[in-house]
Write a protein that binds this ligand. Structure first.
Ligand SMILES: [Zn+2]
Length: 363
């Protein structure tokens, strides 16, 4: 059981902190292989700080044991220098820690962490390569620190406090510029053998299709993401189709400036072409979810990320395509598909909560 030291004060200068010898992990809470009920062993009901490090901003918040954010602070991401990022984290913790008694700090960032959550193996937006971030930060912050992949942190938050509450096998999909994926299975974040599970966006769904940043062609995120929506809208706008009239006038005739977010706004305002474009993305989404259901058999998919502001315009076509493509349809129970409940703060809330409840590594 993960337990921060009793009586540890924010600023104390203990030479040897006993918790440093403990192994923390964000394979948190439950015993291996068990069911869900009663197995998430919550840590102390103190406060934790969650920090979500994005490509452009660092968001931090004080989170209580019920997942509520009591105070927030933000900074711009200070470039890619690991030391500069550490300094911003320390600043944010000091600022937020002034009015609150903070027991632990959880950091969520895009990238791969090693299995015990101590080292960032790779982060696409930051210059972290085999960076022993947790040790550095525990030294600077004098508190237990936990590192989590941002999609894992968001999935954990949705499972604990949001749309996935009570689900024993949950798959979360985050639709932003690409597709983020994470699983909470039997009360723990499932990260695979090497800690890099959940890269669902790179399942090849169209061999020979659009080139992906990962180097392959036809990856799911090239068809079911905000970037895919923007790309298809730009193609339509350049086609001189009368269908694209509203799209083009929304960007002053500059087709190349159309983004997924613009298309979503227009769709919500009733533009037919934008609605069709989102419907198409929703169908790709449903097809990929059917593939995932064939492999993972979850009880629920929770769909989060910026593209979710399209709501039912996206999710309804996804549900239909899912039902049409599900292996064994008609002869098996089908997973539900729901929108995420916690919005853009899910990563921050999840990182904080994971830092509070995390227990020993099992592997
Ligand atoms: Zn790819």
């Amino acid at each position: 059981m993960y337990a921060p030291p009793s009586g540890e004060q924010p600023g104390s200068l203990r030479k040897s902190a006993p918790w440093k010898r403990r192994t923390t992990s964000y394979r948190a809470g439950a015993r291996h292989g068990g069911g869900l009920r009663g197995q998430v062993r919550l840590g102390r009901r103190g406060l934790a700080i969650g920090i979500d490090i994005g490509g452009t901003k660092v968001a931090a918040g004080v989170v209580d044991a019920e997942g509520r954010i009591l105070a927030e602070a933000r900074r711009s991401t200070p470039g890619t220098d690991p030391r500069a990022v550490e300094r911003v984290i320390v600043e944010l913790v000091e600022e937020l820690g002034r009015g609150h008694r903070i027991r632990s700090v959880g950091i969520g960032a895009a990238g791969w962490m090693d299995l015990d959550g101590g080292t960032v193996l790779f982060s696409p937006h930051l210059a972290w390569r085999n960076e022993p971030l947790r040790a550095n930060l525990q030294r600077l912050l004098r508190r237990p620190v936990l590192l989590a992949n941002d999609a894992d942190a968001a999935a954990w938050a949705e499972w604990r406090f949001g749309a996935g509450k009570g689900e024993s096998r949950l798959v979360c999909i985050t639709l932003g510029t690409g597709i983020g994926g994470a699983m909470v299975m039997d009360g723990r974040v499932e990260r695979g053998r090497f800690g890099v599970a959940g890269e669902f966006g790179h399942q090849v769904i169209m061999p020979g299709g659009h080139r992906c940043e990962c180097g392959n062609r036809g990856c799911w995120e090239q068809y079911a993401s905000g970037n895919a929506l923007g790309r298809e809208a730009r193609v339509l706008a350049r086609s001189n189709s009368p269908m694209a009239q509203d799209l083009l006038s929304a960007v002053g005739g500059h087709a190349e400036t159309i983004t997924g977010a613009i298309v979503t706004d227009l769709a919500l305002a009733g533009d037919t072409a934008s609605r069709e474009l989102i419907e198409e993305v929703g169908e790709w989404l449903g097809l990929g979810l059917a593939n995932l259901a064939a492999a993972l058999d979850p009880g629920l998919f929770v769909i989060g990320g910026g593209l979710c502001s399209a709501g039912d315009l996206l999710v309804e076509p996804a549900r239909k395509a899912f039902a049409r493509n599900l292996t064994g349809r008609g002869f098996r129970p089908a997973a539900g598909i729901q929108l995420a409940a916690l919005g853009p703060n899910a990563g921050l809330i999840g990182a904080a909560d994971l830092s509070r409840v995390s227990s020993r590594v099992r592997s």
